[in-house]
Every structure is written in C-alpha cells, then in structure tokens.
Write a protein that binds this ligand. Sequence first.
Ligand code: F6R
Length: 620
Amino acid sequence: MCGIVGYVGSKSAVDFLLEGLYRLEYRGYDSAGLAVQQDHQIAIRKKTGRVGQLADLCERQPVTGTFGIGHTRWATHGEPSDINSHPHVGGNGEVVLVHNGVIENYSILRNQLRELGYVFRTGTDTEVVAHLVAHHLFEEIKLGANPGEIKTCLRAVESALKRVKGTYGLAMLFRDVPGLLIAARLGSPLVVGIGRGEHYLSSDAGPLVGRTEEVVYLSDHEIAVITPHELQIIHRDAGTQTPSVRTLEQTTSDLDLGDFDHYMLKEIYEQPQTVENALRGRLDEDEASAKFGGLNMQPQELRRVDRIILTACGTSWHAALVGEYLIEEFARIPVEVEYASELRYRNPPLTDRTMIFAITQSGETADTLAALRECKRKGHPTLAICNVVGSTIAREADGGIYLHAGPEIGVASTKAFTSQVTVLTLLALFLGRMRNLSYPAGKRIIGHLRAMPEKLRQTLGCHAAVKDIAQKYYQAENFLYLGRLYNFPVALEGALKLKEISYIHAEGYPAAEMKHGPIALVDEDTPSVFVVPRSNIYPKVVSNMEEIKARRGPIIAIACEGDDKIADLADDVIYVPDVDEYLQPLVTAIPLQLLAYEIALLRGCNVDRPRNLAKSVTVE
Ligand code: F6R
C-alpha cells in the first residue's frame, strides 16, 4: 500500500528514486511521483499511472539534484489523479512530503488549518500533514528559531505528529535545509540504507538491494533525521536511539524476471525450490521431528499449549486453514483460524495456554500486525510464520519461522502459500512429536516431505494441459471451486487467484456445501473446478461431481495421475502426482495458480499488477 523511497548523497537522486519506485510498484500503482532538491529549490514531477509514465515525464522535464523522495500510490483518500499524486507541498513550498498510511483525523485538522489560512489543493489526507508540518515550522520561526537549522525542522515534525491520529510512513524534504531528509514511522514500514556519504530510505528492502547491505529498520514512533553523512534516530518516548544496523541478505538476481514473462509465473515455477528452502535444515531424522531455530520457546512451554490461534489475511488465511487440519491431525491441539481483521477487534476468551501464530508473507499486513499486538498485549506467546526478513511482524513477534521463499513480487501470492503450508506441516510434525505422534509416523512424514520438491517439479508438467483448458473456459463469467478436507482451502485459494487476476467471479466452497446454495449458480456456462485427488472421501466428492453434471455444469477436475475413471465424469482433467492427503494442497494448488494465470492472460489482464490491489496491505 504505497511505496516510499528517499535519497540523500552525492549521486543523481532521480536514478535511485525511479529504480526504487519500479521495485516498489507492487505496493500500489495508481500514480507515481518524486521531488528532487537542488539548493533551495524542490522540483516535483508526478503523474497518474505507472512508474514508467513518471519516468517518461522525467525524461521530458528533467530534474537534477542529489536529494530526493519518491512515492508510488495505492489510493485511499482522493481518487487517483495527477493532483492527488504524491509528493504534497506544505505551506508555500517549505515542506514537501510523501506518505504511506491513513490520517484518521484529517478532516478535523484540515478545518483547523483552513481557518488559519492554509489552502488545500488535493483530496488527500496527506496534504494535511504537509501543511501541519509547515505550520509548526512557522510557529518555531515565530519563536526565533532559524529556518535553516535541522533542529527547527525536527521540532516542527515532532509537534505536527503529536496532533496526527492514524498511521504513517513519511519522508520529507525542507526547502531551507538542502540535504535533510526526515522520515517518521507509525504503522507503515520504513528502512534506512546506509551508504558511504549517502543514505537511502525505502518502504522495504527491495530498492536497497545492490546499493547497500547495511540497513536500519525504523520502529513505530521513531523519527529518522537523515543527511548524507549522518543518521539520527529519535523515539517519541525514549529519545535518541543507537541505530541497530542489520545486514541485507537479498541479491539483485532475486528481483530479476529471468526468462519469464511475469513475476507470477516465475514464482509459480520457483515452488519446487522454495518448498525445499522451507524444509532445509528443519528435518530432524534422529528425533523423527522438525526443528526450528527461532521459536524462542522452551519445550516445557510448548508442551503446556492447549489451544492455537492461527491468524492471517487472504491467501495466508487459506494456508492457515490447511494448518488447522494439519495441527489437529498430528498434534491433537485444538486450532482456530481467525481473520486478523476480526481478531483485532474481537475479544475471544483466551487462556494462558493459548498460543498465537500470525501467518504473513509480507510481515507488514496492518490487520495481522494489529491482531498480533493485541494478543501480545494480553500476554500470550505470539509467533509468526513470515517471509520477509526484518519485517515488522517478524521483529515484533516473540519468535517464529521464516519461509525463506525469496521476494514475492507478483501481487497474487503463489509461492508464499506453498511455503506456508510446508512450514505448517513441519510445525504440526514438531508439535505432534511432543505429544502422541509416534516415531515411525514422524519418520514417514519426514520421508514424504523430502519427496515434495520433486513432486512439485512433476506437478509443473501440467502447464500445457492447463493452457488448453484455459483456452476453453476463459470467457466464462462465473466459476465454482470445490474441494473437501485438505483440499477445501485449496478451492478457496483457487477461486481467490482467479478473481484477483482475471476479474472473473469465482467462489470456493467445501464440495458438499455446494448443495446448500451455490448449486443454484450452476448452468452450462458456469464451470466447476473440482479438486478431487485420491482420499478417503474420494467417492463422496465424485457424488458431488455427479450433482453438478446432472445440472449440465462443465467440470474441470484436478485429480491424481492414474485416475482414469474421473475422465468419464469431468469434461477436462488436470493430473497431479499422487501424494498423501495432508500434502495434497502443495500439489493441487499449482494447477489452480496456473489456470488463473493463463485465463488472466487470455483476458488481457495485467497478471502482476491486478487492478485495485496492492501487495502489502499496510492500511486497515
Ligand atoms: C492474494 C494475496 C493476499 C495476501 C494478503 C495477506 O493473492 O496476496 O490475499 O495473501 O493480503 O498478505 P500477507 O501474507 O503479506 O500478510
């Protein structure tokens, strides 16, 4: 949800700003803009649309300077338009800033500032912050402060932020202090990159890769005062902080498309490798269990846990549903899966034996973070299953497990889902072996997990069949996705993938539930995708297929290799390798990801940048 970049140093700012914005574009692509400072002039270029359009504008109207800020927008307040694009100007151009987040009391503040004579030109909440900082700058100057001093600007920012309610990641330039970049964080991530005689700022580490390996993640209520040679961090309550410098582990090749046309396809194809990464070093053959480096909980504490809450949003929530089935089956611990957006405002009765796991690819999802904080505040052990190293949730959780899937850039989540399911399988095995899962059962699970990367490689062989099927159905306007037990969350995930990138209405259901309403949608133009690999309830799912067939609904079946019978009933079949039931989501998710991808392409959709979406949902 909006991406921010900043640079102060001796190189051309615009080069880094544009490169950084391209890398952050997945966070929002309604508009893009930048501001570059040279001496006491700040030049702004901004434009509705993608970063490429901003780059064209900068070519037609070049800007020079070695200090700057940039922004790629996912609109919250104010429609996507040139005028509403960031950066925004405060006062008479004394302050120029970009913002990620939502200012909840913007309307009250705007009225107060209007009464003081400030003129608002945009429909955004952000412009309020720009004028507010300028206003406090004028107040400081009235009291005799020097407008050209860093401390004057800092005091103005501190006073302004005290009046703001909501969330923000902010980056601002000051006309009268060239080379000063002030950043502030509450709820929206920011990371500072440290170079030689230069500093970078970004919403996530992506733009810093290849520029520097040393980074400092800002925490909530921190303000960073950044100049080419200095970085000072001040916490609202705790005062000046010693920056905690971390090393970046990503490389630029993680961010390249390689031979693929889209990040989504690249990430689908990475899954044999990313599942292998999730398993690496975590299979404990001696104990027939799993091992994790960062849970930060003693076996005695884990043994006491008698209830687990898995909380997440979107695709991660679907992975959590698979986790519920896995943990309950292997470890016999009751599990509830909660939408983070609900959990954060609910007050469910939890005991001191309840453990919370937040599941998140980005580690920045606002609702998931808020749910984690709420549970932490109540004193529960809060852990995270997270992909992005150093993300807010990864840092705030008491412990956790990284996915090690590498950056997921396609807006539709693919490899994160299979990595999350893999980690949840390991977790279920680990918790199970602490309870009543036998040694031979643990050994068997380990053996099956070891085989999964190869099974996923084989699964990708279905791509050609999926392409043909997509050709047949891409004009349908409604789809049903149906599966049972471990494949019910896969049905939900398949439907989500299709709707988010192809804009086709799709619903996922437990196959048997379809009779209780959704069957009314079935007709010859509404395909049903049945996830029906071999299982104990295979005949039951086949009966559900019969029910659809009787109503002349076309059927696409995801079935196990060797299941020839299914072709008698289904119009089209996509075969996947036969694996144990609890591992089926790993193989059955892949054809559904590919199906959504191929259909979206045929419909001319932008698969990596679907409309209205953003990768990292950092607003409520
Ligand atoms: C769907 C998708 C979203 C995310 C959701 C949670 O393809 O990407 O539904 O899964 O926004 O994001 P994370 O996992 O980053 O918390």
